[in-house]
Structure formats: structure tokens, C-alpha cells
Design a protein around this ligand. Sequence first.
Ligand code: ZN
Ligand code: ZN
Length: 398
Amino acid sequence: MPTTTNKDYYALLGVKKTATSDEIRKAFRKAARRYHPDVNPGDKKAEEKFKEISEANDILSDEKKRKVYDQLGFYSDQIDPAQAEAYARQQGAGGRPPVDFGGFDFSGFSGGGSPHAGAGSGPGTPGWGSFKDIFSGIFSGAQQPGRPRGPQPGSDLEYQATVDFWTAIRGGQARLQVNRQETCPTCHGHAQAGGPVQCSECNGSGQVTQMGGRMKFNIACPRCHGTGRAPNACSTCHGEGVVGRAEAVEFRIKAGTRDGQRIRLQGKGNAGGNGGPAGDLYLIVRTGTHPVFTRMGDDIQLTVPVTVPEASLGAKVDVPTIEGRAQLKIPPGTQSGQKLRMRERGVESAQHPGQRGDQIVTVSVVVPHLQDERSREIMRELAKLNSQDPRVTLFDKL
Ligand SMILES: [Zn+2]
Ligand SMILES: [Zn+2]
């Protein structure tokens, strides 16, 4: 198989890699004067040296050719600077050894030849790795040779969890159905079942044919990396290593948990890959409602109906609280819609232990439907005794 070794053109001309085109031209002239066959008649070594410096000058004095050479360490008319740059980028990312021409198949030059003419460079040949990379980089575009994946952490999950009104206040256990990815029970996250099977891309040969311009190359199969064997994907998880599963997650609710509060359940997110840690599960608590009580943070609100005599004369009435009945004093002359505060009758705070919210009562005065003449008489009499017009201020402000 024909092979080529890379030459250091800069060293041949005795210039730095950063040399300007002017410096290169001067260096070539100086070397040419020294090794020119006319100056050294019959000196085979000098003749060889002159050929080398001429080649170096040919490449380095041409901006396009120099660019390719700088990127790849060799020059070929088949490769343009953009391709060379793409290759160099990949090279930089992978930190691969310098380019090795071993394994080239030049069969394309003679207009044919078997696609596998270069089969002498089988799997395991030294230098195969860099050979593989040069083609995956230049000739197959963005195709990146698949490197073995390391442990992958699982992703986090976020769910809304509606918690019963009383559980949020008193604390307790709650459950939620969560769809999460868990480690595949068949392959235990390895994503493979049994030993490797024949690679379907190269039919086990380890090699595929790639075209590069007018050249034809046999290269290591990008799928199996030249081994001819591919992993046998687990049939349960289709090679993912994880499977989706609905799971009932049980979690503890602290007394006084508020609406919108976040609960973090470590390791209850999606399973990681290749032994990576699982993600976390975040629960956003939505507190349930109640027909009588409305929760506002640590406070409880409710509306309490009172009669006209209670509102007018004042009274002590029984009202419900989250801990049972309690007495509320209605001051004389209480208006409908007025709010009365019952201190520390609200929810025990989850954030500030020992503190409690209040209960805020909205008074709703219930006007009686008078059914009998005696009651209507009393009401008319009352109106005579209290003849103030409650609407007078409305007109005052006009
Ligand atoms: Zn293959
Ligand atoms: Zn599996």
C-alpha cells in the first residue's frame, strides 16, 4: 500500500511557522542559491534537497495551499482550505495525533478497483484512529465518530401537586402520579443486551467506501469504528437504557404549606444514563379549596351573615374557625361588608414556626323579609325615629 510521510516545509526553508510570504521568498532564494544543481553539478544529495525546498516553496508561497498545509500537515489538491479547516476544528476538539496517511486506497486514481481494496488495514492497525478521523472530518461533513458516552445525569422533572385543603394546613402525606424515565429493568441501563452483533452498516467488514472528490477511499466504518461489530441494542429500551414509567410518588406535606410552594424530591426525577445520577422531582403545591374557608397565605377568610339587630345593637356570635367554633364580637353599628379580624385564628406558619395567621371575617348583614303587619309597623316606626338619608353624601360630592 502506498504511504506518504509528512514533511516539515518550514524547517526545510529554515523559517518560523509565522513567517511572512516575503520571509519565505527570501529564505527560498537563499536556499536555492546554495542547492541549485547548476551550483552543485553531479551532487545527488544537493539535487534531492533542491527538489524538497522547491516543493516547500511551492506550497508555502501559495496562500491557499499553505492554509491546507497548516491545518493538516500535508497538502493535496483534493482538499480545499474550507475542508481542511473543518478537519482541523475536529482535530482540535478530539486532540488526535498528527495525520497518518497509512491506509490510503489509491484505487480511485486508476479509475476503479474494488471498494475494499485497502482491506489490509484491518481493525486494530496502528494509526487507524487518525486515519478514520481525517475522513470522518473532511469527507463526511459533520459526522462525528461516536465516542463512548460517559455517565449522563438524569433530567429534573416538575409537576403540580394539588393537596387537599386540610392536609396543607395540618400536614400529612400526599400522593401524585408521575411519569418518569427509570433505568431499564432488562439491561439495567447498559442499553445493550448480550454480546455485540454484526454491524449493519458495513456488514461486519469494518470498512466502508467514501468518496473524496475524484478519490475513493476505504475507511473504518463510522458506526462500529472498524470493528465490524455493533452493540446489540436492548429490545426493552431500544438502546436508550431508560424506559418511561408512570409511578405513584408519595411525599410529605409540612403543616402550613402554602399554595405555590415548591417541594424538591431528590433523585425522583428521570434516571441517569450509564450509571449517571437521577435528576430531581420538583413539586409545585396547589392547595385545595374549601366551601367555607378561603386561604390567603397564613390567613383564613370567610363571610359571616349577621342579622340587622346583631349588626345594629352588637352581639357575640359563634363562627367556624379551622379549629372549631369560636366567639366573635360584632360591635354595635357594624356595616355589611365590614371586615373583623380574629387574631391568631389562621394557619400555623410553615416558614415561621410558632407564628399563626389571622381569621378575617367579612360581615354580611341579612335583611329580614317581614311577613307580618306588626313587624312592618315596628320597621316604619324605626324609620321615623332614624330619618337620616344615607345617600346624602353621594349628592354632596357631585
Ligand atoms: Zn460497521
Ligand atoms: Zn434496556
